[in-house]
Design a protein around this ligand. Structure first.
Ligand code: GLY
Ligand code: MN
Ligand code: MN
Length: 450
């Protein structure tokens, strides 16, 4: 007996998500959305399976080899799912399947068919619908299959068939919908954030000179798994100048006395991501140079966070962070020229090459446009995003005084826009240099008393 997998989202909410999308598509459109493909990792073993975020958002069904088809206004059922049929032999190896009956009774499909029958049935569903909403180019094999089904309908034109004549990117409607988080989604994101705060604290408490980066990674991910979470993305643990490698994932160096360690790691809980970065001293105390850069990054983050409220243009957050960083870099002598010259030339990008944040949700870099008709979009309640300024002074940068070289710092928090302003979902995690030093000192006192 298979049960509906707990996702933290009610059946009613999935239904209203589908309704909202179908209303936007209209009765001459059809939505075709495949589940994520399984990927071979080596020989006959697979990467851990994760459902496609759009598919999960609309159905909450976690199995591979499935296709969701929605036909707004169809009298004999609007929501059709093709999926694996139940199979006692396969279920003994791979675990339970919902089967076609389960997809109807547990996941709210109006009708379901075995995935093997899709070639036979789907052309008939496409017939008479003028627009097909579909995520192009995500799965080359499925792209070919879809064209094959459309061509089957085209082949019947002489017999009066009406093939679809427009292919529309599904994301144009669905991503806008996903950008605004419901109360239930926000509850899950708060949980992912809390769990990630707990994991970062565990790593901060255990760091010691001589500890390998992967030991800190293991502690972070232990806390995720011990609380029913998974890493939302490859955890980054970079000690010393490894912190200057933006997508560092080797995590195999040793953290030395006098270095900082940058940890960018977040839990995924019931599909929803947190994304936190903290940078802290391996020996528990910032050096004067580390401290100056750290405080500067913190001020840049605070300037962006202060603007996080309804009505602020998205771009204003990055601009505020850059303003502060440029001022600070000039006064520390790390940049030359005037403030206006540095902004105009973009020379600050040598130390700050990335943007200050991104939407956050089912995907760590979540969907939703940042601009509307060439204009930066305005923040609205229900949006969740990161604010993550940083500074990275490369170890081989001969253009700066040697004492600055090899320092990499980023601080990243997750914000929800509310009617009143914002809620910092990850704000409980120590952030100021004093708070970080105090937290580490206290953890060491506790450890030495044990
Ligand atoms: N961890 C990915 C990012 O910060 O965007
Ligand atoms: Mn991020
Ligand atoms: Mn991050």
């Amino acid at each position: 007996m298979s049960l509906r997998v707990l996702t933290g989202i009610s059946a009613g909410e999935y239904r209203s998500r589908r309704r909202q999308l179908m209303d936007a598509v209209g009765s001459d459109g059809i939505i075709v959305l495949p589940a994520a493909p399984e990927r071979v990792r080596s020989h006959d073993t697979h990467y851990p399976y994760r459902q496609d975020s759009n598919f999960h958002y609309l159905l909450g069904f976690g199995e591979p080899q499935a296709v969701l088809v929605m036909l707004p206004g169809r009298r004999h059922g609007e929501v059709i799912v093709f999926c694996r049929e139940r199979d006692a032999e396969r279920e003994m190896w791979d675990g339970p399947r919902a089967g076609t009956a389960g997809v109807v009774s547990l996941y709210g499909a109006d009708d379901a068919y075995p995935i093997e029958d899709i070639d036979e049935i789907l052309p008939g569903l496409l017939e008479g619908r003028s627009r097909v909403y579909y995520p192009f180019g995500c799965d080359a094999q499925f792209d070919r299959q879809l064209m094959g089904w459309i061509n089957q309908v085209r082949a019947q034109v002489r017999h009066g068939a009406r093939p679809p004549h427009e292919l529309v990117e599904l994301g144009s409607l669905l991503h806008e919908q996903r950008l605004f988080k419901s109360d239930a989604e926000i509850a899950l994101m708060r949980h992912a954030a809390r769990l990630s705060v707990q994991a970062h604290r565990a790593a901060m408490a255990m760091v010691r000179p001589g500890m390998a980066e992967y030991v800190l990674q293991a502690e972070i991910e232990r806390v995720f798994r011990a609380n029913d979470g998974w890493p939302a993305y490859g955890s980054i643990v970079g000690a010393g100048s490894n912190a200057c490698v933006l997508h560092y994932v080797a995590n195999n160096a040793v953290a030395a006395d006098g270095e900082l360690v940058l940890i960018d790691a977040g839990a995924e809980y019931r599909g929803y991501a947190a994304d936190i970065t903290r940078t802290f001293p391996v020996n528990g105390r910032f050096s004067p140079e580390q401290r100056q850069l750290y405080d500067l990054v913190e001020r840049a983050q605070a300037a962006a966070i202060a603007l996080a409220r309804p009505g602020t243009p998205w771009d204003a957050l990055h601009a505020a962070a850059v303003e502060v960083l440029v001022d600070g870099l000039l006064s520390l002598g790390l940049l030359e020229g005037t403030h206006a010259e540095v902004l105009a030339s973009g020379s600050y990008r040598r130390f700050y090459p990335h943007k200050s944040g991104h939407w956050l949700g089912l995907d760590v870099h979540d969907v939703g446009s940042y601009r509307i008709e060439e204009q930066s979009r305005l923040l609205e309640p229900g949006m969740v995003f990161t604010i993550e300024p940083g500074l990275y002074i490369r170890p081989d940068d001969k253009g700066v005084d040697a004492r600055w070289r090899g320092i990499g710092i980023r601080t990243e928090d997750n914000l929800l826009i509310t009617e009143a302003g914002h809620e910092n979902l990850t704000g409980a995690l120590e952030r100021s240099a004093e708070a970080v030093e105090e937290f580490i000192a206290e953890a060491r006192r506790e450890a030495s008393n044990e």
